[in-house]
Structures are given as structure tokens and as C-alpha cells.
Write a protein that binds this ligand. Sequence first.
Ligand code: ZN
Length: 405
Amino acid sequence: MKTKYSLLLILAGFLFLQSCQEKTAYRALIVTGQSNHNWKASATILKTILDQTKLFTTDIAQTPKEGGDLSSFHPDFSKYNVIVLDYNGDSWPEQTKTAFIEYVKNGGGVVSYHEADNSFPDWKEYNEMIGLGGWNHRSEKDGPYVYYSKNVLVVDTAKGSAGSHGPQHEYLVRARKADHPILKGLPVAWIHGKDELYSTLRGPAKNMEILATAYADTSKRGTGRDEPMLMTLTYGKGRIFHTAMGHVGKEDTHAATECVGFIVTFQRGAEWAACGNVTQEIPIDFPNVACSVSRPDYKEVTLSDDLDKIAKYTIDKSTRNYTDLQARIRKVSGNPAALLDLEKQMVSILKETGATVDGKKLILRELAWMGSDYCIPAVQELLKDADLKDAATFTLERMKGPRKI
Ligand code: ZN
């Protein structure tokens, strides 16, 4: 009998845990189906990016194609915590627009992604939600230009059209509200992958905070201003995260959305829009001012990926995985057990006959300052290897001195 009750208790516990886990996931809906961009590709990319957080279960709502009959397009927004707008096309039916306004007013979350800020130039409430928009005959009638100039926020009511960009290029994104939950813990500046740099956006800009800007260099047909790239807004009880980045065109590669800076700010912005908070950890591979970082398959790089690449490293290859490993070491530097675990995995590369000399040299360079007694026999073994003798000697010598961590 006792066993039977124990089993029931375990089962009840399991079901309880499962229901808790389900409750922690947010539901996201990507609205797409019409755009001057490659929405078929972008909708899939955005779903991949969101689902990868394990915080979101993401659906895609697709409108009929341009010029089609939208009268039956009525997604049930109220089922979702966040609506991601990947849409630039025909007007929605009045009933759908009203439902969307009610959803946001009542506390719903919204992410306005890239070309969504081109959409619906005549829908007043929509433009209040996104704050700034471009193209589609927007002008001074729609609100001011908003940008930074020499570190000062400028609200510029000058006459003129809205929306422009030069050729795609990599550019520096700079935090303006580094303590906002979406940006907290990220570098204050980082290089963004090749993308359009949306400029001269204008709109009501009410209840809006600019989280990050990018300098639109005149050498790239830019405005010479720091243009808003990431914004947050409130509308009623609702929260809106607006990213102007992430162009996805007809090309097979999509550098803008593969950029780790885009991926991570999108994931964090979506969580903030859904609940007003951000719980995601900052990944090891977040870019900085040195260079952009890409995830061609959108997957976060694991330690095992890094070690595999380092084991095959030759001097002509990227040191990206080595940089990742260094960041992983720094991250656990106050945790001796985690550091030893990392050391053991690094030492396994030293013992691997198939690993390259250059790869082993990188490992030796790190062990020189973070290695413990554990690695010494493996390093001593390399003294017999003519190609690695000097590097191994250096590591053993350094290990005799004071450790940095
Ligand atoms: Zn674009």
C-alpha cells in the first residue's frame, strides 16, 4: 500500500511541476503575411529566436496576401502575452484593430520589429504604440523626428518625410538607458551585424524611452545623428518593445537577424513586453565594441561547441571560440568546483591525439593562469612533444607563480 501511495505522490508532484513549468511559459503570436520584406523567412527566424529561450511558445498568424480579403482575419490576441508585429501591409478589419487596441490597453505586450514601423501610417493608435515610424507618406503631420545629437536627446519638429537608410553595413549600437531591464548587464556598446540603419523616423513619441541608438554616418549616406534603434513604450497598461533593426531581405543569408546583439535584445525585449521583467542570462557570446558576433544557425554556442572548435583550431581561423572560452573561465572564476570542471574538459583536449598544435597552445595559454595541480601531469606530458615543449614549459613556469584567480 505504502508503495502505491508513494507512487501516487510522485506522480502528483510530477504533474504539479509540469503545470508550474507550463505556467512560466509565455505565449507569443507573430503577425505576418504581408511586407516589403521577406516575411516568410523573418517570421520563421523570429519564432526560432523566441522559442529558443524556452520562455515562449510561439504561434504565427498569417494574413491573406496583399490585396486579399482580410475580413476574416481575427486572431484572438487575448490568448497571448506578447504580439510580435512582422507586418507591413493592408489595413486590418476595424474589429481586429479594435481588439488589438483593447488587448494592449489591458496590459498586453507588443514587439514592433523592423519594418512593422513602416505599417499603418493612418492608424492613430498604432502609431502611438510604436512611437516612431517611417515611409508610407509619413511627415511632420505625424509627429517630430526624435534622435540624439552630441549626446543630447532632440525632438525635432522640422518639416520633412520620414524613414530612410543608406546601404547595409555593420554599425555600433550604443546604450542610452543601460539600467533598463532589457539592457541591464549588456555591454554599453556593441557592433551590430550588417543591417539597414533606420533613420529619420518620426511619430507621436509619447510615453517612449530610447534604450539604444546607432550613429548614422554620413559616409554611409546617414544623417550624422544618433538614430533610435531600441525603444520601449507604454500604451494604457500595455508595454511595447520597438526594435528598428533586423532587416531580412531576399538574400539567403540574414546577417542582421543572425547578429547575437539582435537576437539577445529581441529575446529580452519580448520578455519585458510580456511581463515587465527580464530573467534571461547574458550569453557568453554577446558582442562588444571589437567586432560583431553571428549565430548562423541561431543557436547559442555551447561549451562543447567551443572546445570542439578549439581542438581543431589553426592560426588562420577565427579565435571566436577561444574568446568564448576565456569568457566562460571569467564567469566561473569565483567558483572553484566549476573552474575545475572546466579545467578537466580543457585538459582532455591536451590529451586528444587528433587536436591541433595551435589548439593545444591556446589551452596551455589559459591553463598558465587558471590551471590547478590537476592539469600538471597532462602539461608535463607535452614536454616530450617538440612542437609544444616551449608552450608547456611556459605554462608550468607560470603556474609556479601567484595565480590570478
Ligand atoms: Zn529592411
